[in-house]
Design a protein around this ligand. Structure first.
Ligand SMILES: [Zn+2]
Ligand SMILES: [Zn+2]
Length: 987
């Protein structure tokens, strides 16, 4: 008895099959064995970039997982040992922000009031809240990775390695503390790095005021400098006007006010247009009366002094910054006009000033802009910090004191208007950075922070980057290379709580500083005593104090690290190097492969590269694959609230994980392009590749049932078999080459055409061979060929569709454990026969043309025809192919013609060859057509009755046509044989 699911029509239940395979893998520890059974000295190294477990995995995560699973499986099958350990990103603003919401805390001050210890405990208990769901998704997706021994960035061992890395960079002079401008979130009260903003795609369009303001020049009668700004709240912090020394400027007379304005020449018409539209009607004679008084170069203005917009009693002072203003650098700070080394309220030359917008004169508030701050360094300008840690105007700003900056804007504007200092007052919509977690608008703000000196490290980073192979290749010079060339200094300190604490202790009384690189060092510095219930996190660590040589107390700086420095330390910190696993780390660095989404060129790829270049002078990975974005089917971002996508788990339940994996891995998203995820395309791919292969497998199982089919050399010499072997070796070669180059979509591209060839040509033309009696050589050849092709295909598909490959392999090789423990196919170049492949293509084209001719002549294929002739343009081809009787037989059988004639036709015909079908029907041909129709009907009846190929039948044929009855009698031996009939009775 043939089992019902093994009849060729059985419909596959892929999700159910996958669940069974998962159980099989678990039960037999196939993943563990795939590592342990590979030699320890033949490593392929893969690093897993840690995700946050603060949300459920989405399509993007599964895309990365498909990549991170397929590549290691491939190298495992090539004999390498590929350790795969999961990691969790635990620290940083994302989790802090979640906890703040849970606890109803709205500012850093409220966290302090709540208690850092309780706050951090809440973070710790929540950080892995989706751990179980992640395990469920990752397991179901068929990704092999050790999640039981996942590293966590919050572990003390991990943090200790981060300390070590930081202290090494400090020794090398690659990190420094500075007072300078960084992006700052007023709600989170912390600086952020540029990469956090780019990573979070954190820009939005915002409407702001756009005003032009007058600054009265001292010593020149009725003369004003005009400057433009979109941040009126920064005007109280103004200490200079920057100009370009080489630009042309004008002094123009405004008769209406009888005063003189200084503006860039090229901005004149724009400024007057705006001004006139506001103050005068278009045809007002005044607008025509405006005259240019003088034209001069910018350099002439340098050193001019002007009256401050606001009282100089707005004294400059450092931000309270939880009281940790850098004492060493504090001297550089402006103390208003009282500091005799600093002089404000004057015109300075800065080459960056352009005349593209504004007035060509730039309002300079050194505390709130990168360029402004640079100008203050070059020209010794006071830095007026007029905004506190929570983004509110400071007391010294008088009428604006205590207001959040954006609320101060209208008050500043109306104040200037009252004082006659406002020239234009408009609105502008522009793109501005926001906090990637709390969505508060970020500001640039001068503050004390620690930096990695990208400027110093840049040559090393560029050098190490040369050794990286990128997929797509263009990233090497493009996205990543360009990013390295222009990367700013990296702000690595956060004024936050749930993060690895910075290991810096400073003396309260002198400039002494200690950077600690290990727990042992800290213990020694602290005289062997550390607090009870030790936890390296705040606030415990903040209690560790020790004595300075000067007698003062050394206290820890309260900074925590940017969590990107932590994840960028993953290569060594995940194995607690250099405190443990020295040899292991050295053998595992750099990685052979990492893969993440393309925005990680500014995130994890980048930060890991900075750390590796700084510590080891090497890249962190030799091969980096960057993937594109997955959008919803409507082209928008996938969004839970819009419900514009199906949860990936549902997709796996419906179509199977293999279908999802294959869909993702073969799409353009692997070439770092964006794709619109389509459930239908995923289902379609499942049907057109896996579904078809499943049917081919069913054919094999049905016809090989009960037979011993062995793979042996030499291969079958039958022309179809030689052809499919050639195609298969070509496929294996292609997949191997592409996988060696980490081009996964390229590796999968030729799979579908191969599956088509196998099922629509090889199997179609070999079905009859397989059905023959068991001992027929041709039947055995067909079966052993199919067995070998399917087995090789199982191996080639194993990295991509591990479940289907396993099922297929087990069906063919029941005795062996798992395809994933087997070896990758060796390429047999000698089997590849390109001539045969192109000849076969010709055969198929002739068949297609012949079938079209039949349709045109309304002659179904079952009606035998006398001949088809193929007329060649070139006689050489005609002669060569005339000798290929094996190929011609394929045409003959497929087209159901008696003869295939090759001729030389008109050498001027446009095509290389053309066909002609002989459509004359002789009585003999009609008889053959009748026979075909007869057998087809009988086979259909057999099928309808649920008979298996082995069952025999008794036939009874009724006919009232004398000619037909005669034909049946003539043909009855053949009919009986073909339809497995014991007897035929004609009535
Ligand atoms: Zn924020
Ligand atoms: Zn000291």
């Amino acid at each position: 008895m043939t089992k019902p699911e093994q009849t060729p029509s059985a419909r596959p239940d892929f999700p159910k099959m996958e669940e069974e395979i998962l159980e099989f893998w678990d039960k037999h520890k196939i993943f563990e064995r795939s590592i342990e059974e590979r030699p320890e000295n033949k490593l392929f190294v893969f690093y897993d970039g840690p995700p946050f477990a603060t949300g459920l995995p989405h399509h993007g995560h599964l895309l990365q997982s498909a990549l991170k699973d397929a590549v290691p499986r491939y190298w495992t099958m090539n004999g390498y040992r590929v350790d795969r350990v999961w990691g969790w990103d635990c620290h940083g603003i994302p989790i802090e922000n979640m906890i703040e919401k849970d606890l109803g805390l709205n500012s850093r001050r409220e966290i302090l009031e709540y208690g850092i210890d309780k706050f951090n405990a809440a973070c710790r208990s929540t950080v892995l809240m989706y751990d179980k769901e992640w395990r469920k998704y990752i397991r179901r997706f068929g990704r092999w990775v050790d999640m039981d021994h996942a590293y966590k960035t919050m572990d003390d061992a991990y943090i200790e390695s981060v300390w070590w890395a930081f202290s090494e960079l400090y020794k090398k002079g690659l990190v420094y503390k500075d007072f300078r401008v960084s992006l700052y979130c007023p709600r989170c009260s912390t600086p952020l790095s540029n990469s956090e903003v780019t990573m979070g795609h954190s820009y939005r369009d915002e409407e702001d005021p756009a005003i032009t303001v007058k600054f009265k020049v001292i010593g020149q009668d009725k003369t004003y400098l005009l400057a433009w700004t979109t941040t009126p709240w920064t005007l109280p912090a103004n200490t200079a006007i920057a100009i370009n020394p080489d630009l042309a400027y004008l002094k123009i007379h405004i008769p209406e006010k009888d005063e003189y304005w200084i503006i860039a020449e090229s901005r004149k018409s724009e400024i007057l247009k705006d001004y006139i539209r506001e103050d005068l009607s278009d045809d007002h004679p005044e607008s025509k009366a405006i005259q240019v008084e003088r034209r001069f170069e910018g350099k002439e203005m340098v050193g001019w002094k002007y009256e401050p917009l606001y009282e100089s009693s707005y004294v400059a002072r450092p931000t309270s910054h939880v009281g940790e203003m850098d004492r060493v650098d504090a001297g550089r700070l402006g103390r208003g006009t009282s500091d005799d080394r600093l002089e404000g309220y004057r015109v300075v030359d800065m080459p960056y000033v352009s005349a593209e917008d504004g007035t060509g004169l730039v309002h300079t508030a050194p505390a709130f802009g990168e360029d402004d701050f640079n100008a203050s360094k070059i020209h010794k300008l006071p830095v007026l910090l007029t905004v506190d840690d929570e983004g509110k105007m400071m007391l010294e700003t008088g009428p604006f004191a205590g207001l959040p900056i954006k609320q101060a804007d209208p008050l500043v504007i109306s104040d200037l208007e009252k004082r006659g200092l406002l020239v234009t007052n408009q609105r502008i919509t522009h793109s501005v950075p926001e906090c990637y977690r709390c969505k508060t608008l970020l500001i640039y703000k001068a503050q004390t922070a620690w930096f990695v000196s990208i400027d110093k490290l840049r040559p090393k980073m560029l050098d190490a980057a040369k050794k990286i192979h990128w997929v797509p290749e263009s990233f090497k010079e493009g996205r990543f290379g360009n990013g390295l060339s222009s990367a700013p200094e990296w702000n690595i300190s956060r004024t936050r709580y749930w993060g690895a604490p910075m290991p810096v202790w400073e003396c309260e009384s002198c400039t002494e500083r200690k950077v600690i690189g290990s727990m042992a060092e800290l213990k020694e510095a602290a005289g062997g005593r550390l607090p009870k219930d030790w936890d390296m996190h705040r606030p415990g660590i903040d209690l560790v104090e020790f004595k300075c040589e000067c007698g003062g107390a050394m206290k820890r700086t309260t900074f925590t690290f940017d969590c990107w420095l932590e994840s960028g330390s993953m290569p060594y910190a995940s194995v607690h190097y250099p405190f443990e696993n020295r040899e292991k780390f050295e053998a595992h660095f750099p990685a052979d492969f990492v893969g993440e989404a393309q925005d990680q060129t500014r995130g994890w790829f980048y930060n890991m590269h900075v750390m590796s270049s700084g510590l080891f002078g090497k890249p962190a990975a030799k091969n980096i694959v960057a993937t594109g974005m997955i959008l919803a089917a409507d082209g928008k971002k996938m969004s839970k609230s819009l419900k514009n996508y199906t949860d990936p788990y549902e997709i796996m339940d419906k179509y199977g994980a293999d279908a999802l994996r294959m869909y993702l891995l073969s799409s353009n998203v692997m070439a770092a392009e964006a794709i619109n995820f389509s459930d239908e395309e995923c289902a379609q791919l499942q049907r057109s590749v896996l579904g078809i292969l499943w049917n081919v497998r069913q054919f094999y199982l049905t016809y090989a049932e009960g037979k011993r089919i062995e793979i042996q050399k030499p291969h079958s010499m039958q022309v179809l078999d030689r052809w499919i072997f050639s195609r298969m070796q070509g496929l294996a070669k292609n997949v191997t080459e592409k996988m060696n180059g980490y081009d996964l979509a390229g590796a999968l591209r030729p799979v579908r055409p191969f599956v088509d060839d196998l099922s629509t040509w090889w199997l179609r033309r070999s079905r009859e061979r397989m059905k023959q009696t068991l001992d027929a050589d041709d039947s055995y050849d067909a079966l052993r060929t199919l067995r070998e092709v399917l087995l090789e295909l199982a191996k080639l598909l194993a990295p991509f569709t591990p479940f289907f490959a396993e099922r297929l392999y087990q069906d063919l090789e029941g005795g062996k454990m798992s395809v994933h423990l087997d070896r990758w196919p060796k390429i047999d170049e000698g089997t590849i026969d390109e001539r045969l492949e192109s000849d076969m293509e010709w055969v198929r084209n002739v068949v297609t043309a012949g079938l079209e001719a039949r349709v045109a002549a309304k002659l179904p294929v079952r009606q035998a025809l006398a001949s088809i002739s193929v007329g060649f343009k070139a006689s050489a081809e005609q002669i060569r192919l005339s000798q290929r009787t094996d190929l011609l037989a394929l045409i003959r059988d497929e087209l159901n013609v008696e003869r295939v004639l090759l001729t030389v036709s008109d050498p001027n015909q446009p095509q290389d060859w053309m066909i002609e079908l002989d459509t004359v029907l002789t009585p003999e041909l009609k008889k053959k057509g009748f026979y075909r129709e007869m057998t087809r009907n009988i086979m259909q009846l057999r099928k309808q009755s649920g008979l298996t190929p082995g069952d025999t039948v008794k036939l009874k044929i009724a006919s009232d046509d004398a000619e037909l009855t005669a034909w049946i009698k003539d043909l009855q031996d053949d009919l009986a044989k073909e339809s497995k009939a014991e007897s035929i009775e004609v009535v």
